[in-house]
Structure formats: structure tokens, C-alpha cells
Design a protein around this ligand. Structure first.
Ligand code: FES
Length: 115
């Protein structure tokens, strides 16, 4: 079976030295025009509980199209949306928004309860 040109490499998180988000993933047979959906789509209607490490830099998926939720895999290409970088201040569990409607990006603010 053909792989459809998808780039498969882990890019869930970058070290604190990373200055750029992961590269945009190739579109797999999908046509994305400049006027197509520029709105985020819910990956799920609840947050992701994620253990983050102090000092580590992460890229939260803002478009909802990543296959590596809640992190960016480059699938935002052509949407006009970009991932939200953040660096964990302490090692702890955080609740990252899955519905992509939060006003406190990248963290859940309860907006999903009204969807
Ligand atoms: S999952 Fe988006 S606001 Fe809670």
C-alpha cells in the first residue's frame, strides 16, 4: 500500500533549544486552497492530560488536524493556523485543550463544556 507521501517522524516535542515548530506535513492527496477552512476543528471535546517535563518545549496543535494530538505534526499546512509553542516550567501533569476552542491556549479553560 502506498504511503501517500506522508512524512512519518516523531515531532511531539522539542527540546528547549528548538527554535522552530515541526515542518509542515505533506498533504496526502488533499487539495487545500487558500480560501478553505481556516477554523480549528475539535480533535476531541475534552482536554488531554499530559505529563510535561520542566524546561522542555512543546508545540500544541491549534488546528485540530494533527494525528499526534495534542501536539503538532505539521498537518496545519494550508490552514493559516499555526501551533502554539510553550515551555513547561515544572514537571507536572497539564490539561491541554482538545476542542481547540479554549481562550487560554494551549490549556483547557472549560470551553468544551459548552460544545
Ligand atoms: S478541551 Fe478545549 S476548552 Fe477544554
Amino acid at each position: 500500500m502506498e504511503r501517500l507521501g506522508l512524512v512519518s517522524r516523531p515531532c511531539l516535542a522539542y527540546s528547549s533549544g528548538a527554535a522552530e515548530p515541526p515542518p509542515e506535513r505533506a498533504e496526502a492527496g488533499r487539495t487545500v486552497g487558500e480560501n478553505m477552512a481556516e477554523q480549528p476543528i475539535p480533535a476531541q471535546k475534552e482536554p488531554y492530560g499530559i505529563n510535561v517535563e520542566a524546561g522542555k518545549r512543546y508545540f500544541w496543535c491549534a488546528c485540530g488536524r494533527s494525528a499526534s494530538q495534542p501536539f503538532c505534526d505539521g498537518s496545519h499546512k494550508g490552514t493559516g493556523l499555526t501551533p502554539v509553542p510553550f515551555t513547561a516550567e515544572v514537571t507536572e501533569e497539564v490539561w491541554l485543550c482538545g476542542c481547540k476552542q479554549t481562550t487560554g491556549k494551549p490549556f483547557c479553560d472549560g470551553t468544551h463544556n459548552g460544545l
